[in-house]
Design a protein around this ligand. Structure first.
Ligand code: SF4
Ligand code: SF4
Length: 431
């Protein structure tokens, strides 16, 4: 069936009516905490979307800017007594604005990059090769700082290094496991593929330890979440279709992600944002969502014993809940696994469940506000006196590392899987 060319907000008209303007969504909204203004919170976004739908508001820069002040974290959806899906409404409003005003130059550029894995690969290769021209190593700390500001990237920001070889290129597509054990398709995600390849290696080592067959489809693409931030739904749809076809190429028991954001896209946003607009894809996207699991969730389900895989030097850690795991109810699993890891002491920080301020391209478009949101998080981590902070999202890792360095802290930022696989690394089970 052809897609209907209707105002994207028409599709969420009934959802818009469900808002009773109670304001319960204010409590956990990181955008409200940063901007302290009604248009930043879910209730304000819903009201604004109603006006865009009624066509009784100027679609000027102010309207665009107000709608851009959302991290798509889903905290408001969790808190809303009426189940208003504000994240879905914001994506629809951004799509409507993009249709009426066109994409911004920034989001056009983002779309160009994420549309093609080979273009990203080329960019990553160049960034890795030319990095020293643009970046300087920060003395006494890991991470890089730009030598001079570039568009959308100030020279105060700390960024991680690009890996010399992408994770997907290092491994065969199918890594066979033991007969009768689960077959797992690994949705790697861009940050793990191009930057934090050690997360991919840890995931691979852990699932191989459990005897699973791990399949890493070579044609997988960006999940498309950066496109959702700008209302570039055509790009998101294209990527969702490609990823769907790649994930379906193999008969697998699970589609596993070690990135909270990518997992959240496959699990919630693909069915909501792409499935609803494309009836011919809906069933397949729903089936993909059902199979999608977070790595920590699956490791616990499959009975991983961290005493066999994670033993190492004593380390005191604190844990940050990525929004896209917390809103899927995945909070206990990583903590229980970490607590069972020999040598790991887990201390809770205040506000572990609060957003770190990344929000996909929010961090690029509203960097100062993103760091304002991060202030409380960095201070809470430092107050625990932990040696390191662990989390389940490579995007959060980048944000936490930047925030901590801006606060003068050199604490390590680790993925949960890196701690769970410490013992395997020492035993050279990593490939
Ligand atoms: S909590 Fe839900 S119903 Fe209440 S104002 Fe926010 S979006 Fe509307
Ligand atoms: S998705 Fe997050 S940032 Fe956006 S309105 Fe809801 S709570 Fe606020």
């Amino acid at each position: 069936m052809e897609n209907e060319p209707i105002d994207p907000l028409k599709r969420v008209e009934d959802q818009l009516k469900k808002c009773v303007k109670c304001g319960a969504c204010r409590t956990n909204c990181p955008a409200f905490a940063a901007f302290q203004r009604e248009p930043a919170v879910a209730r304000g976004k819903v009201a604004l979307a109603q006006h865009i739908l009624k066509d009784d508001i100027d679609l000027d820069d102010q309207t665009y800017l107000a709608m851009s002040k959302c991290l798509l974290c889903g905290s408001c959806v969790e808190k809303c007594p009426n189940n208003v899906p504000t994240d879905e409404i914001v994506v629809a409003a951004r799509e409507a604005l993009a249709q009426k005003r066109g994409l911004t130059t920034f989001h056009k550029a983002v779309g160009q990059v994420i549309q093609s894995r080979s273009r990203m690969k080329m960019g990553a290769k160049m960034a890795s090769f030319l990095g020293p021209l643009f970046f300087k190593k920060v003395p006494e700390t890991s991470g890089l700082r730009l030598r001079f500001p570039l568009p959308f990237v100030g020279n105060q920001r700390f960024v991680p290094e690009i890996a010399q070889q992408p994770f997907i290129d290092r491994h065969p597509e199918v890594i066979p496991g033991e007969p009768g054990k689960p077959r797992i398709v690994f949705f790697v995600g861009c940050m793990t593929n191009f930057v934090y390849t050690e997360i991919g290696e840890a995931a691979l080592a852990l699932f191989r330890h459990l005897g699973c067959t791990v399949i890493i489809p070579k044609g997988q693409q960006c999940c498309g979440l950066p496109g959702m931030s700008g209302g570039d739904i055509d790009t998101v749809r294209e990527l969702a279709e490609k990823n769907l076809a790649e994930m379906e190429r193999y008969e697998a028991d699970y589609v596993m992600s070690a990135c909270a954001t990518c997992g959240g896209a496959l699990h919630r946003l693909y069915p909501l944002v792409v499935g609803k607009r494309n009836p011919e894809l809906r069933e397949r996207l729903d089936a993909l969502a059902k199979k999608t699991v977070d790595a920590s969730q699956l490791l616990q389900q499959l009975g991983l014993n961290p005493a066999e895989t994670g033993a190492g030097e004593p380390i005191r850690i604190t844990y940050h809940d990525p929004c896209h795991l917390r809103t899927r109810g995945i909070t206990k699993q990583p903590r229980e696994l970490l607590k069972a890891t020999p040598g790991v002491e887990l201390v809770e920080m205040e506000g572990a469940d609060k957003c770190c301020g990344l929000g996909g391209t929010f961090n690029v478009y509203h960097y100062d506000s993103s760091m304002t949101i991060n202030d409380a998080k960095s201070n809470a981590i430092i107050a625990t006196n932990a040696d390191a902070v662990a989390t389940g999202c490579p995007g959060c890792m980048m944000q936490l590392a930047d925030g901590l360095k801006q606060h003068g802290s050199d604490r390590e930022v680790l993925h949960t899987l890196q701690l769970l696989a410490r013992g395997l690394k020492q035993r050279s089970v990593f490939t």
